[in-house]
Design a protein around this ligand. Structure first.
Ligand SMILES: *[C@@H]1O[C@H](CO)[C@@H](O)[C@H](O)[C@H]1NC(C)=O
Ligand SMILES: *[C@@H]1O[C@H](CO)[C@@H](O)[C@H](O)[C@H]1NC(C)=O
Length: 259
């Protein structure tokens, strides 16, 4: 009898240990809590955005992607955050960075890797990152599945927080982009848009840098908002309300509804 009850207890203990834990839908969110980007913690990486590799970025229209690369690079300028550039085998077919990017940062480190596929495997690159003492790494590179993913995963392993600018990385197909972003996201990388990065670093249009710095940058690289701001400025400076327009903002009581 005693033996039987012991066996029963042992069985229930085993069952409790092996039964699946209740599923926690927020488990992933808790693993990597949401973290705000801060200007004094952020570091911008320009990773293998090389003229030869550019043609591998086929998941974007080329004209758009060229603008995306420049917009990513210019983040360092508008927020005055440190920038580190690196290239892979740039004397070979991969070629150099576009001259516009080199001219933006004549004094930033440019680590030329002569073999290492993952930038993290390069001691000089690692040392350059550590020397900045920054913990929030913003990255974009060609190609998404190799250059960006390898580095983003290595940075996560080293304890850095990582924001992959989804518009600044390019690869050969949407399928490859998607699995790469999934892989990074599973490792706690923030897969975010360019506008997300800009707005989280800025936080408030009244801050410095704020509207005065960011609007010209948006006008150059994010024309959806630049044109909107132009339209508003021209309307205020010399606008005329045309027939039918006023009704669009007039309520049922015949009064203009603005507040
Ligand atoms: C590096 O950053 C840490 C944490 O933000 C800070 O406590 C430390 O003083 C910094 N060190 C240098 C050399 O800037
Ligand atoms: C403002 O609009 C009026 C009327 O269309 C025009 O005559 C004037 O030149 C405009 N002002 C500017 C600065 O363009």
């Amino acid at each position: 009898m005693q033996l039987l009850s012991f066996a029963f207890l042992a069985f229930t203990a085993l069952a409790a240990a092996t039964s699946p834990r209740p599923h926690d839908p927020l488990a992933n969110a808790k693993k990597v809590p949401w973290e705000r980007l801060e200007i004094d913690k952020a570091l911008l990486l320009i990773l293998d955005l090389q003229v030869g590799l550019f043609q591998l970025a086929r998941d974007f229209d080329h004209t758009l992607y060229q603008r995306n690369m420049m917009a990513h690079a210019a983040l360092g300028k508008i927020f005055d955050i440190p920038v580190i550039m690196t290239t892979s085998a740039q004397q070979g077919p991969n070629g150099p960075l576009p001259k516009e990017i080199l001219e933006m940062y004549p004094n930033a480190p440019l680590i030329q890797r002569n073999g290492q596929v993952s930038a993290w495997d390069n001691a000089e690159f690692q040392a350059a990152i550590k020397a900045t003492n920054r913990t929030q790494i913003i990255v974009g590179g060609i190609v998404t599945d190799v250059c960006t993913t390898f580095l983003a995963l290595a940075l996560r392993q080293e304890g850095y927080s990582v924001w992959a600018n989804v518009e600044a990385s390019g690869t050969t197909t949407p399928l490859i982009r998607d699995i790469s972003n999934d892989q990074m996201r599973n490792a706690g990388v923030n897969i975010v848009s360019l506008f997300y990065i800009v707005c989280d670093l800025m936080k408030n249009w009244n801050f410095t840098p704020g509207a005065k710095t960011i609007l010209p940058w948006l006008d150059q690289y994010y024309p959806a908002y630049g044109m909107l701001a132009r339209g508003h400025a021209s309307a205020v400076e010399n606008g005329t309300i045309i027939p039918g327009q006023i009704e669009l903002i007039t309520g049922a009581d015949g009064k203009i509804k603005l507040t």
